[in-house]
Design a protein. Structure first.
Length: 95
């Protein structure tokens, strides 16, 4: 059994063990407690899909990979929130 196969079978336990660190990292980066919990839940699903489809490659440490994904998910949420607040300015010129 290689690492990817082992990881696919044991990812839930590792994710649960890392929950505190992931939530802490997200809170440090500005996420509310509720948003951090939501991102963690979405991360759980995203990791499961990635592992089951064989898209995970052993390039680095698994725990760092989890934090990288969680942080990017938070950044994406912040970008969407910012884009929805910014409205384009329309100038009407009579002339």
């Amino acid at each position: 059994m290689n690492f990817s196969q082992w990881l696919t079978m044991n990812y839930e336990g590792i994710l649960i063990d890392e929950k505190k660190n992931i939530i802490k990292m997200l809170r440090y980066n500005g996420a509310s407690k509720e948003l951090a919990e939501d991102i963690y839940q979405d991360l759980f699903i995203k990791v499961k899909i990635t592992l089951e489809t064989g898209k995970y490659f052993e390039e680095g440490k698994y725990k760092n990979w989890l934090q990288f994904i969680a942080k990017n998910m938070f950044i994406d949420i912040q970008r969407k929130k910012y884009k929805s607040k910014v409205q384009p300015t329309v100038y009407i010129i009579n002339g």
